[in-house]
Design a protein around this ligand. Structure first.
Ligand SMILES: CC(C)(COP(=O)(O)OP(=O)(O)OC[C@H]1O[C@@H](n2cnc3c(N)ncnc32)[C@H](O)[C@@H]1OP(=O)(O)O)[C@@H](O)C(=O)NCCC(=O)NCCS
Length: 176
C-alpha cells in the first residue's frame, strides 16, 4: 500500500485509516449489497440504468481497473465504478463515472471524494481529457457532491417512456 492509498478518517472518527484500492473478486457481494441498499428504484424513478449483479460483474470484468472500493477499519464502505470512452472519429477520451456510493453511516467523511479522485487519476493516466457523469436532478446529494468536485456544464436530458401493456403485441404475448 502506498501513502496515497491511505487516508485518515475525519468527522470525529479518529485516526483510523481509509484505504482506497482496486475491487477484488471477494468484494463483489459486499459491493452489490451496498448498491442494493443505496440505488433504489423508488428513490430515483427515472434512473435508466439498473443496478443488478450483471451490471456489476460485467463492469468488473471489462473495466476492473476503474472499479475501486473504500475500506474503513476493514469494512467496505464505498465504491466507484467507471469506464473510459473513446468516441469514433474523435481523438478525445472521456472518463465516465457510472456508479458511486458510500454507505450512509460513512457519509461526509470525504470517502466519495477520495474514490472519485483516484478514479480520475487513473483515467487521466489512460488518456482521459474530460470526465462525465449523469445523475437524476432530484438526487440533491449527488448533485452537490459532483459540483463540489468541479463538475458543471449541466445538460438536461429527457427520458420518455411508453406503456406497452395496452398494445395488441403485448396482449398477444401474454396470451401465448
Ligand atoms: C453522493 C455520495 C456518493 C457522496 O458521498 P460522501 O462520501 O458522503 O461524499 P464526500 O464526503 O466525499 O463529500 C465531498 C463534498 O461533497 C459535498 N457533499 C457530499 N454530500 C453532500 C450532501 N449530502 N449535502 C451537501 N453537500 C454534500 C460536500 O461539499 C462535501 O464536502 P464537505 O463534507 O467537506 O462539505 C453519497 O451521498 C451517496 O452514496 N449517495 C447515494 C448514491 C448516489 O446517489 N450516487 C451518485 C449517482 S451514481
Amino acid at each position: 500500500m502506498t501513502d496515497d492509498d491511505k487516508q485518515h478518517g475525519a468527522n470525529g472518527r479518529g485516526d483510523d485509516e481509509l484505504e482506497i484500492r482496486e475491487m477484488e473478486l471477494d468484494d463483489l457481494s459486499s459491493v452489490f449489497a451496498l448498491g442494493e441498499k443505496v440505488f433504489t428504484a423508488d428513490q430515483w424513478p427515472s434512473l435508466y440504468r439498473t443496478w443488478d449483479e450483471y451490471e456489476l460483474v460485467d463492469l468488473f470484468s471489462s473495466d476492473g481497473r476503474y472499479c475501486l472500493v473504500a475500506e474503513y477499519e476493514d469494512r467496505l464502505c464505498g465504491f466507484v465504478l467507471g469506464t473510459l470512452i473513446e468516441k469514433r472519429k474523435s481523438s478525445w477520451r472521456y472518463g465516465y463515472v457510472l456508479w458511486i456510493a458510500v454507505d450512509p453511516s460513512y457519509r461526509r467523511m470525504n470517502i466519495a471524494r477520495r474514490l472519485l479522485d483516484r478514479l480520475t487519476n487513473r483515467l487521466i493516466e489512460d488518456g482521459a481529457r474530460i470526465m462525465l457523469v449523469d445523475t437524476d436532478p432530484d438526487n440533491k446529494e449527488a448533485m452537490k457532491f459532483f459540483k463540489r468536485a468541479g463538475y458543471g456544464k449541466e445538460v438536461r436530458h429527457v427520458y420518455m417512456s411508453r406503456n406497452l401493456t395496452g398494445t395488441s403485441a403485448y396482449k398477444r404475448r401474454r396470451r401465448d
